[in-house]
Design a protein around this ligand. Structure first.
Ligand code: 13P
Length: 252
């Protein structure tokens, strides 16, 4: 059985004080609520080091929201994998649709980042998902297949043990329009089939595939009850401790 993994993508929210408050709230909720899911939080870069200190002794994982694929050098404004490691990150979100659409990241760039993260010992949370136009044009499966395939070029079956995939239909992100459990399950099963053809059945069976897009405590149970939905990548609802932990509680 794959363990459910609930990751909070804080996006560009919370300064250092806000981060300290939210982490303290999450720790209080964790102390009193019962759940089996693994938790990961992904605050902005500026709070990672403090978050790492605050999370010591807990089982909550720490991730960043992005990184660059070069080791070091003249890349103004960028952050390397080893920098993230040095402040205690274990995970890094890569290929988020906001990076793809607002910042022009291509499959090729995302693939370079995934390979660099793995080489540095970081675990990528690799996001894929179609836009509304692509879904309406009947291209959702083709788009997701292309993103999965191109993002994982030259990644080995062994390295896949460190990769989480997040299916986030772009039309469901921050819109309140959640994919139906059947819609999400259909794409998750398709991604798992794609992983079987790329890496074999064992890797496909063991890979955690999260759903992301307007996940809340109220819809988490039904979504995460689907056979191939192994967790959630949460945006808006992870900014409040009770709703973030409410998702974990309802995850089953
Ligand atoms: P929302 O949960 O706010 O829809 O965001 C999802 C997301 O983009 C997580 O990475």
């Amino acid at each position: 059985m794959r363990r459910k993994v609930i990751a909070g993508n804080w996006k560009m929210n919370n300064d250092l004080n806000g981060a300290i408050n939210l982490i303290s709230g999450i720790k209080q909720e964790v102390a009193v609520k019962k759940f089996d899911a693994k938790l990961i939080i992904c605050p902005p870069f500026t709070s990672l080091e403090t978050a790492h200190e605050l999370l010591k002794g807990s089982n909550i994982g720490l991730g960043a929201q992005n990184m660059y694929f070069e080791e070091s050098g003249a890349f103004t404004g960028e952050i390397s994998a080893s920098m993230l490691k040095s402040v205690g990150c274990e995970y890094v979100i890569l290929g988020h649709s906001e990076r793809r659409t607002i910042f022009g990241e291509t499959d090729e760039i995302i693939n370079k980042k995934i390979k660099k993260a793995l080489l540095a010992g970081l675990k990528p949370i690799f996001c894929v998902g179609e836009t509304l136009d692509e879904r309406e044009a009947g291209a959702a499966f083709d788009v997701v297949k292309r993103q999965v395939k191109n993002g994982l070029v030259d990644v080995s079956a062994d390295e896949m043990a460190s990769v989480i995939i997040a299916y986030e239909p772009v039309w469901a992100i921050g819109t309140g329009k959640v994919a139906t459990p059947a819609q999400a399950q259909e794409v998750h099963a398709f991604i798992r089939a794609e992983l079987t053809s790329l890496f074999g059945e064992k890797v496909a069976e063991e890979t955690v595939i999260q759903y992301g897009g307007s996940v809340k405590p109220e819809n988490a149970g039904e979504l995460l009850g689907q056979k191939d939905i192994d967790g959630a990548l949460v945006g808006g609802a992870c900014l409040k401790a009770d709703s973030f932990i409410g998702i974990a509680v309802n995850a089953g």
